[in-house]
Design a protein around this ligand. Sequence first.
Ligand code: ZN
Length: 89
Amino acid sequence: MGFIIFRLIIFIGIVWLGIRLLKAYNQRKLQSQSNGTASEKRAADSQQMVQCRYCNLHLPQSDAVKHENLWFCCHEHKQHFLDSGPEKK
Ligand SMILES: [Zn+2]
Protein backbone atom coordinates (compact mmCIF):
# COMPACT_ATOMS: atom_id res chain seq x y z
CA MET A 1 0.00 0.00 0.00
CA GLY A 2 2.82 2.34 0.95
CA PHE A 3 4.55 1.56 -2.34
CA ILE A 4 1.49 2.64 -4.38
CA ILE A 5 1.31 5.95 -2.48
CA PHE A 6 5.05 6.47 -3.05
CA ARG A 7 4.62 5.89 -6.81
CA LEU A 8 1.60 8.24 -6.83
CA ILE A 9 3.65 10.98 -5.14
CA ILE A 10 6.46 10.51 -7.71
CA PHE A 11 3.90 10.64 -10.55
CA ILE A 12 2.26 13.82 -9.19
CA GLY A 13 5.71 15.34 -8.72
CA ILE A 14 6.63 14.65 -12.38
CA VAL A 15 3.30 16.06 -13.63
CA TRP A 16 3.68 19.15 -11.40
CA LEU A 17 7.24 19.70 -12.63
CA GLY A 18 6.07 19.35 -16.24
CA ILE A 19 3.31 21.93 -15.75
CA ARG A 20 5.75 24.31 -14.06
CA LEU A 21 8.28 24.01 -16.88
CA LEU A 22 5.55 24.53 -19.47
CA LYS A 23 4.27 27.63 -17.64
CA ALA A 24 7.79 29.04 -17.31
CA TYR A 25 8.38 28.40 -21.03
CA ASN A 26 5.10 30.10 -22.01
CA GLN A 27 5.81 33.05 -19.71
CA ARG A 28 9.26 33.53 -21.23
CA LYS A 29 7.72 33.37 -24.71
CA LEU A 30 5.06 35.94 -23.79
CA GLN A 31 7.65 38.19 -22.15
CA SER A 32 9.90 38.16 -25.21
CA GLN A 33 6.86 38.89 -27.40
CA SER A 34 5.71 41.81 -25.21
CA ASN A 35 9.28 43.14 -25.07
CA GLY A 36 9.37 43.07 -28.84
CA THR A 37 6.15 45.05 -29.23
CA ALA A 38 7.21 47.49 -26.51
CA SER A 39 10.47 48.29 -28.27
CA GLU A 40 8.57 48.61 -31.56
CA LYS A 41 6.21 51.08 -29.90
CA ARG A 42 9.14 53.05 -28.53
CA ALA A 43 10.67 53.16 -32.01
CA ALA A 44 7.35 54.44 -33.41
CA ASP A 45 7.19 57.13 -30.72
CA SER A 46 10.71 58.35 -31.51
CA GLN A 47 9.64 58.60 -35.20
CA GLN A 48 8.08 62.02 -34.73
CA MET A 49 6.25 63.45 -37.74
CA VAL A 50 7.29 66.87 -39.03
CA GLN A 51 5.81 69.10 -41.72
CA CYS A 52 7.69 70.47 -44.71
CA ARG A 53 7.55 74.28 -44.51
CA TYR A 54 7.50 74.50 -48.30
CA CYS A 55 4.90 71.92 -49.47
CA ASN A 56 3.26 71.07 -46.08
CA LEU A 57 4.04 67.37 -46.56
CA HIS A 58 4.14 65.31 -43.37
CA LEU A 59 7.09 62.96 -43.02
CA PRO A 60 9.08 61.23 -40.26
CA GLN A 61 11.75 63.38 -38.64
CA SER A 62 14.47 60.88 -39.66
CA ASP A 63 13.63 61.47 -43.37
CA ALA A 64 13.28 65.24 -43.06
CA VAL A 65 15.90 67.94 -43.73
CA LYS A 66 16.37 70.40 -40.89
CA HIS A 67 17.28 74.05 -41.19
CA GLU A 68 17.50 75.88 -37.84
CA ASN A 69 14.08 75.03 -36.36
CA LEU A 70 12.36 74.43 -39.71
CA TRP A 71 11.78 71.09 -41.41
CA PHE A 72 11.72 70.24 -45.11
CA CYS A 73 10.95 67.08 -47.05
CA CYS A 74 14.04 67.48 -49.25
CA HIS A 75 17.02 69.76 -49.90
CA GLU A 76 15.27 71.29 -52.97
CA HIS A 77 12.33 72.52 -50.88
CA LYS A 78 14.70 73.87 -48.24
CA GLN A 79 16.56 75.79 -50.94
CA HIS A 80 13.28 77.01 -52.54
CA PHE A 81 12.01 78.17 -49.16
CA LEU A 82 15.26 79.99 -48.34
CA ASP A 83 15.41 81.56 -51.83
CA SER A 84 11.78 82.77 -51.95
CA GLY A 85 11.55 83.62 -48.23
CA PRO A 86 8.88 82.62 -45.72
CA GLU A 87 6.41 85.42 -46.66
CA LYS A 88 6.10 84.69 -50.41
CA LYS A 89 4.29 81.62 -51.69
ZN1 ZN B 1 8.43 69.72 -49.32
